[in-house]
Design a protein around this ligand. Sequence first.
Ligand SMILES: Cc1cc2nc3c(=O)[nH]c(=O)nc-3n(C[C@H](O)[C@H](O)[C@H](O)COP(=O)(O)OP(=O)(O)OC[C@H]3O[C@@H](n4cnc5c(N)ncnc54)[C@H](O)[C@@H]3O)c2cc1C
Length: 402
Amino acid sequence: MVIIGAGHAGGRAAEAMRGAGFEGAIVLMGEEAHVPYERPPLSKELLSGTGGAETTFLNPPAFYHENDIDLRLGTRAKAIDRPGRAVVLADGGRVGYDKLLVTTGARVRRIDCPGADLAGIHYIRTIDDTLALRPALTDGVRVAVIGGGFIGLEVAASARTRGARVTVVELAGQVLARVADPAVGALVADLHRSKGVHIMTGTSVERIDGNGRVAELICTDGETIAADVVVVGIGIVPNQEIAGDAGLDVGNGIMVDEYGLTSDADIFAAGDAACHFNPILGRHLRLESWANAQNSGIAVARNMVTEPVPYAELPWFWSDQFDLNLQVVGAPESWERLVTRGDPASGRGIVFTMVGPRVVGATAFNQGREMRACRQLVESGKAVSDEDLADEATRLRDLARP
Ligand SMILES: Cc1cc2nc3c(=O)[nH]c(=O)nc-3n(C[C@H](O)[C@H](O)[C@H](O)COP(=O)(O)OP(=O)(O)OC[C@H]3O[C@@H](n4cnc5c(N)ncnc54)[C@H](O)[C@@H]3O)c2cc1C
């Protein structure tokens, strides 16, 4: 078994293969210098706090040797030689495979405006990115965050917590525009404003000026933002080229079925890089989340070494910003209306997205304990009334019961 990409999905996959009783050789190769780790803390605890990188590791470094997993760090795969059934490495070496798993994740999308290569511009995808940014987030420093998605807002919150003066610039009319209803975005934007973050929407960055180092951002609406540090969070691009170049089907990610199988019977994919068929939603989708990296990595690894079982889970994502824990379940393509339970504006409540009498998605504000019921409501497609959903005296788990 050979795994390209020693990140979250790849690390869990290697572990799951051994856990399923596979006794043959496992090679886990990754281009980073770190053992497989979880990325959520990179924009939260690791950025705002002082903790070390090792707190993010999936397993201690000794785990791989102890479990006879041949972990090759600092190793970049360049190509897949399908006829030769081997991975070709950047250094010219080859690693033969019987079955291959591609968990190459994604890379950050870069801005390409004038000034984009000035010193002081940061992105966050790796431990090294966070450790390079953290010392710059000091009391009073002026930070401009480009992009009001989850990563941008988490960086804004962490930077503010460290005393920075933060401005977020978002092209869309509301933050979280790609993933949430504008009403949810407005609630989150209000939270940030109440903590002193300056949020600008409906504008983007035309150029970044500075003499070798960032000094100010010139926005398309003519506004100027003075900045000592810029953090860009404008999305990610799946690392699918290695699969596409080998002739595998790719679209928005490496196309796989519900078992994680690509268009080659011996090659699988999971995590951020894969666009999987989700049997619950009845369509393909590519997810960028901890839960998908964890669960698809494990499910597909098991499929490679034991009886295949479909990977069928409702999308689930969380984000922590200041004292808000936001959890989102479901991935509706559209919805007709919202139903609000509790009072999300004061930090505790749930916003449901509805189609007819059915809940198709839920965003919970500091209501993690209700997520199981929310998930059941979406998954079952059970008809419920808006009044019952909104009424906190009615228990969600009673509503979700079949
Ligand atoms: C800052 C940040 C915060 C996040 N916060 C949350 C959160 O709060 N909640 C949530 O649900 N999700 C969050 N996520 C998303 C989640 O972490 C990702 O979805 C998850 O890490 C994806 O796992 P993966 O294994 O598919 O990819 P990755 O973890 O990116 O691993 C892929 C690995 O493959 C390596 N690689 C790529 N190409 C090659 C090659 N050719 N040869 C060798 N190695 C290669 C890469 O270097 C990388 O190490 C966050 C992500 C980031 C970056």
